[in-house]
Design a protein around this ligand. Structure first.
Ligand code: NDP
Length: 310
């Protein structure tokens, strides 16, 4: 245990060190006209990502499903001198997504960066209820896919390439230590990136939800902690790979790069503030990924600014 704590502290020190290295001019591909959107940004890691991206000089759209809370959150940053705009966005609501896209089209015309941060988890500590599985899968997986599909036509076609960053979790790893997937068939299917399809991922989550309804999920070989949440993040990880593969076929000048990252165990409402790092540190890898200077990197999974395995 001491060893792993030392390793973690060392990693965090390295992250802090990297943070102090400024983005030099040739790396700085963005300007104040570069537009980034962050979902679920009224609090927690999303709010921090908005703050850090705006701190780097981008125009950032803070979105929230609750209008009043979102306006207040944006106001805090605007009063601090950050270039932050607000619009309501509920990733579970088709009309809210349409409304948001229409507003982007009219006000900005395009976006450069989409950070899919909105998410839910109804378990804390050692609890593992699947009572809210439908909501967890719908929000974390289907909602994320829906907003990505709606925003892709609005992504700017320019040489640095547009960027999609999905906030996922190590709990969704296929060979994770913490919440192990024991279902070999599912693992093999999601691991085989060459033959993986969106339909195959949809089938996997549908099978999980069917087992929840039938009361058989406990013997299904699914991850054993935060099961519904882990399955949802596993699905987003897999979808990031499928998406990156599809997007890589776009011609030069129209590229969109898609990656995902785990923020770590973060002190936010989601963990009941029981994490071991701050929202500021949790946001770091997502912002770094969104701003990578030469982003031929796509379809990868990161944590603490390093690539990790799916
Ligand atoms: P929070 O609960 O603080 O933030 C979650 C955000 O998502 C809130 O703003 C919430 O809005 C929003 N949200 C939920 N449902 C929707 C929806 N349908 N449409 C739009 N927004 C929605 O948690 P975190 O900041 O910790 O989580 C941010 C992301 O990081 C999540 O994807 C989470 O899974 C991931 N993550 C977090 C970890 C952690 O340790 N905290 C670890 C690994 C991953 P509202 O305020 O209205 O509820």
């Amino acid at each position: 245990m001491v060893g792993s704590k030392e390793k973690r502290d060392k990693r965090l020190q390295q992250v802090s060190l990297l943070r102090t290295i400024p983005y030099s001019d040739h790396q700085r591909w963005w300007t104040s006209e570069t537009v980034a959107v962050v979902t679920g940004a009224n609090r927690g890691i999303g709010f921090e990502m908005v703050k850090q991206l705006a701190g780097h000089g981008l125009t950032v759209i803070l979105t929230s499903r609750d209008e009043n809370v979102g306006v207040e959150a944006a106001k805090v940053l605007q009063e601090g001198g950050f270039n932050v705009d607000f619009h309501r966005l509920d990733i579970l609501d088709t009309s809210s997504i349409q409304d948001f896209c229409q507003w982007i089209k009219e006000k900005y015309g395009f976006i450069d960066v989409l950070i899919n941060n909105a998410g839910v988890n109804y378990n804390v500590g050692t609890h593992n209820s699947v009572e809210y599985s439908h909501m967890v899968i719908s929000t974390n997986y289907n909602g994320t896919k829906n907003i990505i599909k709606a925003m892709i036509p609005l992504m700017r076609q320019a040489s640095p390439g547009a960027r999609i960053v999905n906030v996922t979790s190590r709990l969704g790893r296929l060979k994770g230590r913490h919440s192990k997937l024991e279902n070999e068939a599912v693992r093999a299917k999601l691991m085989d990136v060459d033959s993986l399809t969106e339909e195959a991922i949809d089938e996997t989550v549908s099978e999980f939800l069917k087992q929840v309804e039938e009361g058989t999920w406990e013997s299904g070989g699914w991850p054993h902690s935060f099961t519904d949440y882990s399955v949802s993040k596993m699905a987003v990880n897999a979808y990031t790979r499928v998406l990156a593969k599809e997007l890589s076929e776009r011609p030069e000048g129209e590229k969109i790069y898609a990656n995902c990252f785990c923020p770590g165990w973060v002190k936010t409402a989601m963990t009941g503030y029981a994490g071991n790092i701050s929202a500021e540190d949790g946001a770091d890898t997502g912002v770094w990924l969104a701003l990578l200077p030469d982003q031929a990197i796509t379809g990868k999974f990161f944590a603490e600014r390093r690539e990790i395995s799916f």
